[in-house]
Ligand binder design. Sequence first.
Ligand code: COA
Length: 338
Amino acid sequence: MLPLYHGGSVVLNRAKGEAIKMPIPRSEYLSNVWKDGIFDGRVVFVTGGAGTICSAQTRAMVHLGANACIIGRNVEKTESVAADIATARKGAKVLGIGGCDVRDPESLKRAADRCVKELGAIDFVIAGAAGNFIAPIAGLSSNGFKTVMEIDVLGTYNTVKATIPYLIESAKRNPNPPGDGLTGGRIIYVSATFHYAGMPMQAHVAAAKSSVDSISASVALEYGPYGVTSNVIAPGGIEGTEGMDRLSSTKTDYRETAKHIPSGRWGTIRDIADATVYLFSDAGNYVNGNVLVVDGADWRNKGTGVGRDLSMQYPNYLLNWAETQKYVKTGRKEKPKL
Ligand code: COA
């Protein structure tokens, strides 16, 4: 199994006898196509911001100029990840608000108000808080189903309700398209692809994520006229995340299991951070009400494959087509021999 992503390393300053936190290298969470400063003076509010994917999205935004406020249930984890993300840029302000459960609308509203009071605004929102575990319907109580629906669906709805007044204000200050390249008034939801075709042992999450996609569409329709954009990012399996760790067998060999993915690998946190920067930046101005799937075409590769036997594994039967076609009945008419 691959190691979980972690914060930057710590080195000892011998002269001062103190530990210094080293920033994670940019290349781990951001590609080099983005210009520094494209989110200068902007503020991003992130639920589930201490998680592996959302912290990378936040780190990318902070690196490119934004200040951030991350929300989580665990106080210690949320505050320490906030401090770690702040190392992405000198002078960055990253507020970590722990003890906040997205299922509680009041605690979310308090967090949003505090973010605006301390950082001045909410220009971008990432609704990333989610709950997941593997369970077949037979092993999933009504309360288990409800718990995930409450975290993902109600939590997302509560996030929208708590932040939309601030997003509308930001959209007013940042007309779309922007004259100066600086943007605001945008929300992204971190969803999934489970629900496109359905997935065993994920009935609760599939139901929840289709609702999240649906909320995004409603926000685009109702708040588009106020200048707000609302889009979903649907990651495939992202290596090194808590989600993959929870949802994988302990006997898994990641490289082997990635073979069914058309792009031939699992995703990285950088793939998702880059998609986030695109949607929030001046490059994503006219993208609204959309679902951006970032999964190497994984979800599309569901079929067992017409015309192949069990020995023909994807993608080998395509890459060795000369061999494969010896066994595939084409149905082509034989040319007349005479
Ligand atoms: N299989 C089946 N049911 C499960 C389960 C599992 N692995 N884990 C929890 N449940 C059920 C519980 O049994 C309970 O139902 P019951 O009252 O009928 O027994 C219900 O879910 C609520 O569990 P509880 O532990 O009280 O919920 P919680 O609010 O404390 O925790 C979870 C929420 C269950 C989603 C927990 O896994 C969590 O906190 N996850 C956060 C991190 C996370 O999931 N990240 C996802 C990254 S993709």
